[in-house]
Design a protein around this ligand. Structure first.
Ligand code: FES
Ligand code: FES
Length: 160
């Protein structure tokens, strides 16, 4: 069975015909070439494939494509408008919040969603959000530092 799905991905409209079994990560990676959406566990455990659907973090590996019909999707490729890194991306760079990088795009999108809801989250809130995404390399301290840096930057920006 084929289904028609209309989505806006990183600001571009796509009219797609998809199989009922096709996942969001299949479509993003294999049909749209957006390989920043990483797939590791492929069963909604590690968070590597996290992308945003209408601003909410979602595991693309375990979301059927037909379920996101009529939504706006953001992948890591859609963040740096005009080549200018977002506060969160800049903070990850400055704090060296990655090593192998496999978890990084998912982490950045997760933190982007968190700070959009709460620009000044306390440590417990940050840790609760990060618990959905696994990093096997960094030990998380540099990621926490990046979240604090991005949060402080956003608050300064808002106060200016
Ligand atoms: S690859 Fe999707 S949650 Fe692990
Ligand atoms: S940087 Fe390697 S898994 Fe996070």
């Amino acid at each position: 069975m084929r289904l028609n799905v209309n989505v806006v991905v990183n600001g571009r409209s796509h009219a797609l015909e998809v199989g009922a079994h096709e996942t969001l990560s299949d479509v993003l990676r294999e049909r749209l070439g957006l390989t920043g959406c990483k797939v590791a566990c492929d069963q909604s455990v590690c968070g590597a494939c996290t992308i945003l659907v209408d601003g909410d973090p979602v595991s693309a590996c375990s979301t059927f494509m037909f379920k996101v019909d009529d939504s706006k999707i953001t992948t890591v490729e859609g963040l740096a408008a005009g080549g200018v890194l977002t506060r969160v991306q800049e903070a990850f760079l400055q704090d060296g919040a990655f090593q192998c990088g496999f978890c990084t795009s998912g982490m950045i999108l997760l933190v982007t969603a968190l700070l959009a809801r709460d620009p000044n989250p306390d440590d417990a809130t940050v840790q609760q959000w990060l618990s959905s995404n696994i990093c096997r390399c960094t030990g998380y301290n540099s990621i926490l530092a990046a979240v604090r840096r991005a949060s402080a930057g956003l608050r300064t920006e808002a106060a200016a």
